[in-house]
Structure formats: C-alpha cells, structure tokens
Design a protein around this ligand. Structure first.
Ligand code: ZN
Length: 285
C-alpha cells in the first residue's frame, strides 16, 4: 500500500521508519538493524530528540549507534548534541558549513523563540556545536547495520553546500533531507545553489525509489522529486535567459514565470532563488 500523502510514524521499509509531519515541521526517521539503530536528522530541540528516542524505544531496545545529518540547517541539527556520544555522520562540506556558520544557524532559530519561549531561545543559544565527526569527501558512503544496507549519497551542491540523501536500496526508500520537500512554492534556497540543485535531483531520479521521506511535508514517491526537478529546471532556464540578456536580477524576479508553476513564481523564496541563480551564473557562488 502506498504511503504517499501520509504522515505520522510510518514504516517506510523493513525496520525503517519515517517520523513525518503535515504542515511543514521538519521530518526525521530511524533505521533498526541487527546491531543497533541509526537516526536520520537530529532535529532542532532537546524535546524533539526526546520524542524521537521515545519512538525508537517503542520499536527496539537496541542502542542508537549513529546519527545522520543531512545538512547544517538548525532545524535538522541543533538537536544533534542530545544523541552524543553517537557518531554524527555527514558530508565533509556539511561539517565545514556547520562549523563556519554555527552562529548564523543558532541565531536564525533562537530569534524565532525570543518573544514567546525564552527558555527554548536560551537552549539554542547554549547549543553545543555538533558537526558531523564521521565524514566522507566523495560521492557516497555505505553503512551496514548487520544486514541492513544504508547508502549515503552526495551529488553536489543543492539546498546547501553539503546535502546528503539517505537511500535504502532494499526498501526503495530515501530520506531526502531538504533536497526534496513537498512543494507548494519555490524551495528554500537562501543557502542554496538552484542550478546545481537540478543536477542533484537528476541523480536522485536515477535511483530506484518508491518512497520519499522529504525534509518537510508528507510522504512522496518519485513524482515529488520530479515535480521539484521540473520547477527548478524551468526556473534555471528562464533565469539564464534573463541573465544572458543583461536583465538585472530584480527585474528578472518580477518578469520570470515558470510555465506550469505560475503560483510558485512569486514571493520571497522565488526572488531568493533567482538571486542565487544570478550568483551561480556569475561565479560568485
Ligand atoms: Zn534546510
């Protein structure tokens, strides 16, 4: 039975779970093997880490051995410290990015709580930097939990410099981090590389996938990635035309409309994506 559109604690494969939310809260998951558990995404807070650990305990008494960090953003990683002393696994560029941008990340999330939840804001400001301490530099890394095979892929810059996706070949399932999200508009690319992102999703599209646990949104199948690919490809091509015609970036933001995605072709996220594309084309990023 397809899980597409579903949320909750879902078994997305054999001994593999998604913790999936409607309405945009950051998703996570965990994989149980003979030798222990791998959690995907440290999430943002102590409270959320506790929630994930509680869900793990409902399924197994085996220990959490590793935590996979898909990218440096705080909603995916400020909670990493509550899993220590596990290994935090990620790409080398994610490690660099998390170290270099720790203060930015903490501030971005802490300020959201300053007014209504000062204790949570303080937790963020006191967060311990926990970049990946087991890293890979190339395109992939494979983990085994006993017989359970977990493949990590880095296909290039996308939503950030250091995004990885977590692929379970036996289950045809993937935890995509924010490289794929349930779309209702231009994806968040404040720290992103939308032109390179196209290539990354093209690579994901080559994998044998039936189930996607997106970074945000309900469960998808391959069409979720393909929709985002179609939008980003259209946006890249339209923006390139403007760039080549020396249209200034601000004008391009209002001129461009991606065919088939008219309702996505507006708003702050759309403007940010156009501006990031201009920087990619000029070589500034
Ligand atoms: Zn993100």
């Amino acid at each position: 039975m397809s899980l597409v559109g579903k949320s909750g604690i879902l078994e997305i494969g054999k001994d593999a779970y998604g913790i999936v939310h409607e309405g945009g809260a950051t998703n996570s998951g965990f994989i149980v093997g003979d030798e222990g558990v791998i959690v995907v995404e440290g999430l943002e807070t102590k409270k959320l880490a506790h929630m994930v650990k509680t869900e793990v305990k409902k399924v197994t008494s085996k220990p959490i051995r590793s935590l996979i960090c898909t990218h440096f953003h705080g909603d995916h990683s400020l909670g990493n410290e509550y899993y220590l002393p596990v290994n935090v696994i990620g790409h080398a560029l994610c490690r660099d990015e998390m170290i270099e941008r720790w203060d930015y990340s903490v501030n971005r999330f802490a300020t959201r709580y300053d007014e209504n939840d000062p204790a949570q804001a303080a937790e963020h400001r006191n967060a311990r930097p926990t970049p990946p301490d087991v890293i890979f530099h190339n395109e992939n890394m494979t983990l085994y939990l006993g017989n359970k095979r977990v493949e990590l892929y880095y296909f290039g810059k996308a939503h950030t410099s250091g995004d990885i996706v977590v692929y379970l070949p036996d289950d045809k399932a993937i935890y995509s981090g924010d490289v794929v999200t349930e779309g209702s508009g231009a994806p968040y690319s404040e720290d992103g590389f939308p032109a390179s992102w196209v290539n990354v999703i093209e690579n994901i599209d080559k994998l044998d996938i039936e189930t996607i646990v997106p970074g945000h949104g309900t469960i998808g199948d391959k069409s979720m990635a393909q929709t985002e690919l179609q939008f980003l490809t259209g946006l890249r091509d339209e923006t390139r035309k403007c760039y080549d015609a020396n249209v200034d970036a601000t004008q391009a933001m209002s001129d461009i409309s991606v065919s088939g995605f008219e309702s996505w072709s507006d708003g702050d996220m759309f403007s940010i994506a156009v501006s990031r594309l201009y920087k990619e084309f000029s070589g500034e990023i």
